[in-house]
Design a protein around this ligand. Structure first.
Ligand SMILES: [Zn+2]
Length: 495
């Protein structure tokens, strides 16, 4: 070997050491017996996995869409490569979750008035109604507040009601039921229009013919009804205003409903100790995102390509580490988180292994971007992460996360109220399983088409994976956690 070559070799070793030991300043080395797995978690793998997850082929991984199914299949293949066994139904990698899908028939729905036609797509979208509705109707436009304006029974019968109201305003609203319009168009911001929607099986379809309309489309309609152009607008507080018009509007809806199954992906890594391998540590992330909507693809690199990437890296680390977890590992990639945590709820209601054997559940959602708010620039959040819910059910689990973090050294932030119920761990916490939730925080790309690879913090993904790899291995050694004693009820003051 020439001197020149040995210098190169030393240089190469320095580089590789540098790449694999990117814990934050002040972290102590990983425990010897877990070090090989820990060191295997690399930024190169983060980039490779995440690039695939955001690829065109998976087109935003929308529940009920083709891209999600492709992503689920790809994900299962990665688990198989890393020594996992299929843990789904009938020996498969999948647990199918039943949904109904509401989508347009061949002819797109339209709303026509005064020579303007709004076509399903950019200005109108689905609600939970399916069926055929074709009528020309006089119209009432309305903005209503949380306190609905007084109306008489059937006040809007035979009319089209175009209405904007506070969040969660839907067709089963009592006020609308009482008013009995022939058809309703709900006014929503353009980004909330949906070309199709996948809903819970048990969620009854709306009987009232209805659709959504963008603020822009509704504003044009309001103008032709003699209201001012700003009648409908963005905002959350509304005063009650009703304008009745003799202007007729033609509504044409042809909407289909069908059953559709969408899978959670589930893999099992058998524990090394036969006496307790039925017990398992659950780890999960949602694989779905918003998919493709009205021609726009939502790549969801951070939400939740980052978490899906992290759990794959953990799978690989478990497999590469010579010392195996004593208890088993159940790895879950959920569908339909974006539709209301539906995939994880389905698992928790229909567990494939007894939930009483689940030692804890570690959830990861959105850990690929630095948090960025009006008061906190992204540059201040290079090494921060939200640790959510770890104290709620078992302080012992929280303490274990703290131990694991000494080897990574994240700066933790806590904001239980805001997000404790907003990701898949909540489905398990509701069943009394101790949970932790790693969450990177909100940022301007949240639920936007700009949530691409641009600006992703790959070191953060790696360190989140390292932290949960260690927590998982320690929990697999530890077994069930003692649950917190319920707080003693305070006696009411006075007599
Ligand atoms: Zn998410």
């Amino acid at each position: 070997m020439t001197i020149r070559n040995s210098v190169l070799l030393v240089f190469a070793l320095l580089i590789s050491t540098d790449q694999t030991s990117a814990q934050y300043a002040g972290a102590v080395p990983a425990p010897e017996n877990l070090s090989a797995g820990f060191q295997s978690i690399s930024e190169d793998d983060s980039k490779a996995f995440l690039s695939t997850l955001v690829s065109e082929e998976f087109s935003g991984r929308g529940t009920g869409q083709e891209g999600y199914l492709k992503a689920a299949k790809w994900f299962a293949e990665r688990l198989a490569e890393n020594g996992f066994e299929p843990a789904g139904t009938d020996g498969s990698w999948f647990q199918n979750v039943p949904f109904v899908r509401i989508s347009v028939q061949q002819e797109a729905p339209t709303v026509t008035f005064a020579g303007t036609t709004l076509v399903e797509g950019k200005q109108t979208g689905m609600s939970r109604y399916f069926g055929v509705f074709e009528q020309e109707l006089p119209v009432t436009i309305a903005r209503v507040g949380a306190e609905r304006p007084p109306i008489t029974d059937g006040q809007f019968s035979g009319q089209l009601l175009v209405v904007q109201g506070p969040g969660g305003f839907r067709g089963d609203d009592e006020w609308i039921q009482k008013a009995k319009p022939a058809c309703v168009l709900f006014v929503v911001p353009a980004e909330r229009l949906r070309s199709e929607s996948v809903n819970r099986l048990e969620e009854a379809p709306l009987e009232l013919p209805s659709a959504t309309i963008s603020i822009e489309g509704a504003s044009k309609l309001a103008e032709t009804c003699g209201a001012n152009a700003g009648f409908f607008s963005e905002g959350s507080s509304y005063e009650n205003v009703l304008v009745q018009s003799s202007r007729h509007v033609a509504v044409h809806l042809k909407i289909d409903r069908e059953s559709v199954d969408v899978p959670n992906v589930v893999g099992w890594y058998p524990g090394s100790d036969e006496s307790c391998r039925h017990e398992h540590v659950g780890i999960g992330a949602h694989l779905d995102h918003l998919g493709s909507q009205l021609g726009d693809v939502f790549p969801g690199a951070d939400d939740n390509g980052s978490g899906s990437t992290a759990i794959l890296q953990i799978a690989k680390a478990i497999h590469l580490n010579p010392v195996k977890p004593r208890r088993s590992v159940l790895l879950m990639a959920f569908c339909a988180e974006e539709r209301g945590l539906l995939g994880s709820k389905y698992y928790a209601e229909n567990p494939l292994r007894p939930l009483s054997d689940m030692v804890c559940m570690l959830n990861i959602d959105m850990i690929g971007r630095n948090e960025e708010t009006d008061t906190e620039p992204a540059s201040e959040n290079e090494n921060t992460i939200h640790l959510v819910g770890s104290k709620q059910i078992s302080e012992a689990l929280h303490n274990m996360v703290m131990d694991a973090n000494s080897h990574v050294n994240f700066v933790f932030e806590y904001d239980e109220e805001r997000v404790y119920t907003r990701s898949d761990h909540a489905s398990f916490a509701a069943k009394g399983v101790p949970i932790t939730f790693l969450f990177g925080g909100f940022n301007p790309h949240y639920h936007k088409t700009t949530d691409t690879l641009e600006g992703i913090n790959f070191a953060k993904i790696c360190n989140a994976a390292r932290l949960n790899y260690l927590t998982l291995m320690l929990a697999a050694e530890h077994g069930h956690f003692e649950k917190n004693k319920p707080a003693e009820e305070e006696k009411p003051a006075g007599e």
